[in-house]
Write a protein that binds this ligand. Structure first.
Ligand code: NAD
Ligand code: UDP
Length: 320
């Protein structure tokens, strides 16, 4: 068993949805955590409960600028992930992925620290192969409204593998598929938060493109478990590795489950499918099973029930 005490981890984007759960997990494992965030889409409230822990430190910083700190490993999670948010300032999104990766890789090189990249299923674009295996190179529009995110993340992967080949850096690349759970931003426009909040408020659930497109939804605790397993895996395991729940559902099916679990009488409405919105997405997780002995343990209904409780409490408090 690896001794993790005194192992200092830097989590960029640590005040975001996934980053805050990751900080919590690393602290619970006995690690020291430096959480770095510019609070663009994240929030101090997400890590407020960690601030009293002497192993936790919070620093406001934008990863597009150099950072000089001393750590043993780096989880690079800084980047808006919701399409609405990453399209709000697309130039900054690309800068965050590309300049952020360069800065964090430079830091890792100076410190000889291991570094993990939060990449994404969006590197496959609107895929022509199904389910998506890591060997698939993708079908990505380089000039569309999603390109700032997709191409930024693809370039970050290139940088990770070149630092590995050129400088011998220990790298890990996780391709994360749609993940949901408590601490998602209720207003970030992602489908799970949108549907749950609308159902709880009795407002319409809006199905873009009639909800025929598919996604595969992973509960946050499962994703965090896969992420730390990848970071702690042997040096030769670089990835890329898909991390997601290989259970495909249409967006319309998701809406029906949310209505059933909330008991809501909200209507379903339809709207146009945004441009370049992938039609089918589902991970092939064989590599994660075989290399990390990892697979998601939480069913969609169980994960949604926990997420609904979270948003329900938030709405009751008037915090959303
Ligand atoms: P999020 O928006 O909740 O978190 C991103 C965090 O990064 C926020 O706290 C934000 O303030 C911070 N940030 C953004 N730009 C920054 C910058 N320039 N400098 C410092 N901090 C910055 O999103 P999330 O869902 O927690 O996603 C976290 C990471 O995981 C992202 O890199 C995202 O691309 C990746 N990912 C997430 C999903 C998912 O379904 N949640 C899927 C694929 C990939
Ligand atoms: N979507 C939807 N209604 C919403 C929000 C999203 O139908 O209120 C659709 C969206 O068009 C996409 C899918 O749900 O096809 C997942 O969207 P999300 O923004 O969560 O993530 P994506 O996988 O597209 O990055």
């Amino acid at each position: 068993m690896q001794d993790l005490r005194n192992k200092r981890a830097l989590v960029t984007g640590g005040a975001g949805f996934l980053g805050s759960h990751l900080c919590e997990r690393l602290l619970a494992d006995g690690q020291e955590v430096l959480c770095v965030d510019n609070f663009f889409t994240g929030n101090k409230r997400n890590v407020q409960h960690l601030v009293a822990d002497t192993n936790f430190e919070l620093l406001r910083h934008d990863v597009t600028f150099s950072l000089f700190v001393e750590v043993d490993e780096i989880y690079n999670f800084a980047c808006p992930a919701s399409p609405v948010q990453y399209q709000h300032d697309p130039v900054q999104t690309t800068k965050t992925s590309v300049h952020g990766a360069i800065n964090m890789l430079g830091l890792a090189k100076r410190l000889d620290a291991r570094i993990l990249q939060a990449s994404t299923s969006e590197v496959y674009g609107d895929p022509h192969e199904h389910p998506q295996r890591e060997e698939y190179w993708g079908h990505v529009n380089p000039v569309g409204i999603r390109s700032c995110y997709d191409e930024g993340k693809r370039c970050a992967e290139t940088l990770f593998f070149d630092y590995h080949r050129q400088h011998g850096l220990s790298i890990k690349v996780a391709r994360i598929f749609n993940t949901y759970g408590p601490r998602m931003d209720p207003n970030d426009g992602r489908v799970v938060s949108n549907f749950v909040v609308a159902a709880l408020r009795g407002e319409p659930l809006v199905l873009y493109g009639e909800g025929k497109q598919t996604r595969a939804f992973c509960y946050v605790d499962d994703l965090i478990e896969g992420t730390v397993r990848l970071m702690r895996s042997p040096c030769e395991v670089t990835g890329p590795i898909n991390l997601g729940n290989p259970v495909e559902a249409t967006v319309a099916e998701l809406a029906e489950i949310v209505l059933e679990l909330t008991g809501s009488k909200s209507e379903l409405q339809v709207a146009e499918l945004p441009s370049d919105d992938p039609v089918r997405r589902c991970p092939d997780t064989r590599r994660a099973r075989e290399t990390l002995d990892w697979e998601p343990a939480t069913s969609l209904k169980d994960g949604l029930a926990k997420t609904i409780s979270y948003f329900d409490e938030l709405l009751q408090r008037g915090a959303a």
